[in-house]
Design a protein. Structure first.
Length: 483
């Protein structure tokens, strides 16, 4: 396979620099769109329904994030499996991995929807949801759980397509989903025209409708364009998760999902420590955190792009390209994140006033946080690139251990030791300290090279071994989609 093949892209040939950049940009755009969508929806709910409704959605979103963290892990595992299979020119193995991931995610989503509907009250009580926000949160959460199968399945399919080298199709349907959500939110909340007002249930229904429409569109587009991962005829049996694929999905996916949960848990601990500093600092931190969310995006997008590209090259045995993929990934990450930090610091006053209004004391506090902590996202980004490359060969436990140690042991340890002399600044300085130690540990594991000896994640079936012998005589191997 060379170049474009009906939606999939061969990431093992041609110039690394331009291929990686063009592959990463759609993923970054998708992340930005998703975050903007969440921010705008929060504005709709807060402006139209008030603080209680906003608090209700915040509590529901914590539960949603935990679910997405688990699916993200399985999605990344399937991305690497698919990418490795595509790299070794084994389309059938890629379809097997994709089918198992989609089938498993469908069953998971259905189970989550049923359990979530029944257990929503208990979940909200476990989160200590304020009594005044409880009824609204319950309505919102139950509607969101109804949409969970479609939403999780869309995420899984988009990640699988990226493994096949197709970052464009996921972006198209992310745009579709966000557009529907943004349009329907005010319509269903307020009840415009003949449509009755549904209040907070309308906000959840808008998100649900966007998820279902996007999923239907994504599946239809996959078959209309005959994308490489589409399943037909006997291949539909791949939707029943096979034992060997499931061992890889669970064995590799859970540690990757736990990485997200560890990062989220660390954020919750940090908020608890910030709250001790009083309302002014908490408000300032909330504004700074909104901006930092966007600073993390290049790291996540470039890390995912590097991981998929490296996985294809691992599958193809092109180890000569791995170091250059890592180098270009780090270079792009530093360039993009540095530019974003410069803009954020240069225009800090108007940006912070979007969240803090004319409260100069809070703006000054947030400015201090940004000066001390913003540059740590450069270090964080490099670490994510190294993790992404190692993940491309199935190494997932070391990154989890490094993150857990640095986010809790190093960051909180620095805070405890530094607080008596530094005060609240110990919190903001703990960001670069924790990120710095994480980078040193990640680089030590990467440079040591043991991760290169891991075996391919994608299972090899006996009939595939026989077919691979015949495929060597064909220039395109087995990657050309069957009709």
């Amino acid at each position: 396979m060379s170049g474009q093949s009906k939606g999939g892209k061969d990431l093992t040939q041609g110039p690394i620099a331009s291929t990686l950049l063009l592959f990463a940009i759609p993923t970054l755009a998708s992340n930005i769109l998703q975050s903007l969508n969440g921010s705008i929806n929060a504005i709709w709910v807060g402006r139209f329904l008030g603080a209680q409704a906003l608090a209700a959605t915040a509590n529901a979103n914590i539960i949603m994030f935990l679910m997405f963290s688990v699916v993200f892990g399985f999605g990344m595992a399937s991305t690497v499996m698919i990418a490795q299979a595509i790299g070794r020119r084994d389309l059938d193995a890629a379809r097997r991995a994709f089918g198992s991931a989609v089938g498993f995610c469908s069953m998971l989503g259905l189970g989550v929807a049923i359990a979530g509907w029944i257990g929503a009250p208990a979940l909200l009580r476990l989160l200590a949801t304020p009594a005044e926000a409880f009824p609204l949160a319950l309505v919102y959460l139950r509607v969101i759980f109804i949409a969970m199968p479609a939403t999780l399945l869309s995420v899984m399919m988009m990640m699988g397509l990226r493994g096949a080298g197709d970052a464009r199709t996921p972006l198209i349907f992310m745009i579709v989903s966000v557009a529907i959500d943004l349009i329907l939110n005010p319509v269903l909340i307020l009840g415009l025209g003949p449509i009755p007002a549904f209040g907070i249930a309308g906000s959840a229904a808008a998100t649900a409708a966007a998820g279902f429409v996007s999923l239907i569109g994504l599946v239809s587009f996959t078959y209309a364009k005959d994308l490489p991962l589409r399943l037909r005829g006997a291949e539909l049996r791949y939707l029943w998760p096979a034992a060997d694929e499931m061992r890889v999905l669970v064995g590799k996916g859970l540690p990757m999902g736990l990485q997200m949960i560890v990062m989220s848990a660390s954020g919750l601990v940090m908020i608890g420590l910030v709250n001790r500093e009083g309302l002014l600092v908490t408000a300032a931190y909330g504004a700074a955190q909104q901006i930092w969310t966007y600073l993390q995006m290049p790291a996540m997008a470039m890390g995912a792009a590097v991981s998929a590209m490296a996985a294809q090259n691992v599958g193809a045995g092109r180890w000569d390209r791995i170091s250059r993929i890592t180098g270009y990934g780090i270079g792009y990450l530093l360039a993009i994140t540095s530019a974003m930090i410069a803009i954020i610091l240069l225009f800090h006053a108007p940006l912070l006033s979007l969240f803090l209004g004319s409260n100069q004391a809070a703006i000054d506090a947030a400015w201090n946080m940004q000066l001390l902590a913003s540059w740590s996202f450069l270090i964080f980004g490099i670490t994510m690139i190294l993790f992404g490359v190692m993940r491309a060969n199935g190494v997932v436990v070391a990154p989890l251990l490094i993150l857990t140690f640095t986010l809790f042991g190093v960051r909180l340890g620095f805070y405890e030791l530094g607080y008596p002399s530094l005060g609240a600044n110990a919190l903001w300085l703990s960001f670069p300290v924790g990120s710095g130690v994480a980078l040193l540990l990640a680089w030590a594991v990467y440079a040591q090279g043991g991760w290169r000896k891991a075996k391919l994640m994608v299972p090899v079936h006996e009939e595939e071994c026989r077919e691979a012998v015949h495929s060597e005589a064909e220039p395109a191997g087995r990657i050309a989609p069957a009709g």
